[in-house]
Design a protein around this ligand. Sequence first.
Ligand SMILES: Nc1ncnc2c1ncn2[C@@H]1O[C@H](COP(=O)(O)OP(=O)(O)OP(=O)(O)O)[C@@H](O)[C@H]1O
Length: 635
Amino acid sequence: MAVVKQDPELGSKGGGLEKSVAEDLDPVTLTWKDVNVYAMPKKGCCNRGQKLESPKQILSNVSGMIKPGKLMAVMGASGAGKSTMLNVLTFRNRGSLIIQGDIRINGVVVDKTKIANISAYVQQDDLFIGSLTVREHLTFRALLRMDKRKSREQRLQKVEDVIYELGLKKCADTVIGIPGRLRGISGGEMKRLSFASDLLTNPPLMFCDEATSGLDSFMAYSVIQSLKALVQKGRTIICTIHQPPSEVFELFDEVFLLAEGRVAFSGPIPDALEFFKSNGHPSPVNYNPADHFILTLAIVPGKEKDCKAKVKDICDVYEASQPYLQMKEEIKTGSAQVSQSFVENTLNNTSRYGASLLQQVKSVFWRSWITSIRDPLIVRIKFVQTIFFSVILGLIYLKTDDEYSQEDIMNINGAIFVIITNLSFTNIFSVLNVFPLEIPIFLREYGSGLYGVGVYYLSKTLVEIPFLILIPVIFMSILYWMSGLVHDANSFLTATGIAVLIGNTAASFGYLVSAAVPSVTAALAIAPALMIPFLLFGGFFLNNGSTPDYLIWLKYLSWFSYGNEMLVVNQWEDVKNINCTSSTQCIPDGNSVIKNLSFDKDNFYLDLGLLFALFLGFRLISFITLYARARRSSS
Ligand SMILES: Nc1ncnc2c1ncn2[C@@H]1O[C@H](COP(=O)(O)OP(=O)(O)OP(=O)(O)O)[C@@H](O)[C@H]1O
């Protein structure tokens, strides 16, 4: 086993105990009694004639108790029911499970809101905006999560305190990092940052799912050491953990062993060793007790019958044991000693958000802005790519004189369509590559009451405005003049304005797809398939007058179509002469070009209005989709 040293960052007792941060904690005892959990069989599971399956029992009569100042490890083999128990206790991710049982804090029966008011839940997967530094991330959380009565100075002081407490001083000004794109802090530091984020609100009760997953033994030790320091200040912490090294396991005060959905033991580690020994399962000398418990309770493939019988035996003995019965009795009688102020002030707090609306807008806007300017992918895609493509396309469509020939008609119309296509793809894909990655973070932060959906969406929209104006302006300033579109300042400004609106509409479509799908991969797969019909009915590949009646609705949803008609009209409307050198029939002027494409000058303002409506419509639907998703995920 790897030798584990104490993390020098954490101070002598694993977290700067000598500089005890002023704590004002309500001591919390969490109890759960006779918890039964059932999963209903999936609808349509059975063929005709087959009997409907009965519900599957995941937890059976599980009871437990954890007192203030204790660090409890919930352990068991895979499938034992650890995550289910944590989800039941935190009232999260319960889905369609049927749950019975009694969960109390200091004797008061709790629900989802009450448990959220008193506790923090550090989930297994750490979700952060990677372009922020550790200090910036914590400041953002402190401004949004901490008690409204705390001043800005107090919040910033608390940020410094938790940085110190969790040994994050060394990396306080390092960016968190984006895997594969931006190097940042280590896995252990990231895990400690998760705890630090939740510590800002000073929760007396903490739940941690897989506190050490993905960490090496040194990092796992430093993380659990930090938790140990937190319980020593009076907190109550309950963690699920997989196979901790023995040095890490020793840091826990209590172990709660689950097997086949039943309690196999609950109490201090030495007592657990004694219990297993007295039931014929002594731990071998110099063997990690954690491994011994898990192996003893595991259902080994091929030996299922024997293993299940062994587990049943252990659970039967434990459930009939004096300590377990005593604990259940204590749970029953413990309800008497609860303070009224604790119930009213802490458990019954009903405000959804910790910060005012203005503070939410300011903080989320600030973070969105930092994210936009720091993420190298965004800046590179948005600026370098725009300049590169506009120069390349400009060279392809290069035209230096003011006169138009018959060949120029096709080239100019091609350049116009390329402008629309390029702006659409660039803007859609810059949204699709980034926004879906941010949605899980948004959902979690919304679920934790940091800010509302409207605040988030508004801030994102405001931050994007400069980019969504600048990019089309740069693109048009280069390509418009190189490709010889009509040399007139007014026409250029009109074309640029249309380009800005096209880019914004395309970005809104990107938001709509991103809000509706679960991942970047899905967004990147679905968006092009949805765009192709809009592109086909844009008036370039199919004459505007040839759209089949039954597909006309697709034309009305195509920003390519509105943009193309407006840009074509803007280009050709005032062109009085197009040179004709061949003997075949020539197109004499700009108006004839417009007519040949089945476009109409009089549609210009109608197109403008409809394009704007499309922009607003996509935004609105994406907002509603995001809102529905947020409500669903937090229910
Ligand atoms: N919603 C559900 N529907 C059906 N079965 C479920 C559901 N949730 C969990 N289970 C089943 O209940 C059992 C316990 O699952 P749980 O995820 O709680 O175990 P675990 O101890 O956390 O396992 P692991 O360590 O592998 O994550 C498993 O057999 C699992 O397949």
